[in-house]
Design a protein around this ligand. Structure first.
Ligand code: FPP
Length: 232
């Protein structure tokens, strides 16, 4: 039983996505970067449906990193608005039996920059989908893996716990997250960029040249096919 008091799904792989390339997708079309993010949010909504329908148990996406705050204010505002849009897609999420979850720097800790409106949207979406029993959609917002692991070590020390894999795992932002089975990064970048470092120790990794706004059902199926390969 997790911190929300709701049992997590026990079946289905854990897919994690670094949704890269929105800006370049827009640039190629002569559009502002914000148009790329808008298209990226649509692609994410579609991927949530497609993943749920394919039996993915956990989908964790890098929505906003601890490093993203330095982008121009208008772009940050736009990306934040898109999070509200995503968290507002309650009918779609419920129709697909998807539960919403969040990981990131806790709002009540020093350094938290998450505006109230986003905090509320996250809390509302979690509440509005908590009775669903299917895929868990975890949005990483104001998230960085090093910060997560450093905080876990600090908390273990504060609680006078021995430093071990088990005690650190229990202090992560959400200890219910199972190991990542498949990590996808779009747009031709072959980097992990401080995302789910602890959880991805055994993950298969799928890098594709496809930009995130073009990531469709066919792309998802190609990525998921990696999971069917037997170990080398
Ligand atoms: C990378 O594109 C993507 C991000 C900075 C994260 C934002 C993701 C979205 C807006 C998609 C919707 C997601 C949510 C959770 C609402 P980039 O700007 O780094 O692209 P570039 O590398 O081509 O410039």
């Amino acid at each position: 039983m997790g911190s929300s008091g709701v049992a997590p799904p026990t079946v289905g792989p854990h897919l994690a996505c670094i949704m890269d390339g929105n800006g370049r997708w827009a640039k190629r079309r002569g559009l502002p970067r914000t148009a790329g993010h808008t298209a990226g949010e649509e692609a994410l909504a579609m991927t949530v449906r497609n993943a749920a329908q394919r039996g993915v148990g956990w989908l964790t996406v890098f929505g906003f990193s601890t490093e993203n705050w330095v982008r121009p204010a208008s772009e940050v505002r736009h990306i934040l608005d898109l999070h509200r849009k995503l968290f507002g897609r309650i009918k779609d999420l419920n129709d697909n039996n998807v539960r919403v979850n969040w990981i990131g720097r806790p709002f009540d800790e020093p350094g938290s920059r998450t505006p109230n409106a986003i905090q509320k949207a996250i809390a509302q979406a979690i509440d509005d989908t908590k009775h669903n029993t299917g895929m868990m959609l975890t949005v990483a917002f104001d998230y960085g893996s090093r910060a997560e692991i450093t905080r876990a070590a600090r908390r273990a020390a504060e609680h006078n716990e021995p430093i071990s894999v088990a005690t650190l795992a229990a202090e992560l932002y959400d200890s219910r997250l199972p190991p990542v089975d498949l990590l996808v990064r779009t747009s031709g970048e072959s980097r992990i960029s401080n995302f789910l470092l602890w959880q991805s120790t055994s993950a298969r990794v799928y890098f594709t040249d496809c930009s995130w706004p073009d990531f469709d059902a066919q792309q998802l199926d190609q990525a998921l096919a990696l999971l069917r390969r037997s170990p080398a």
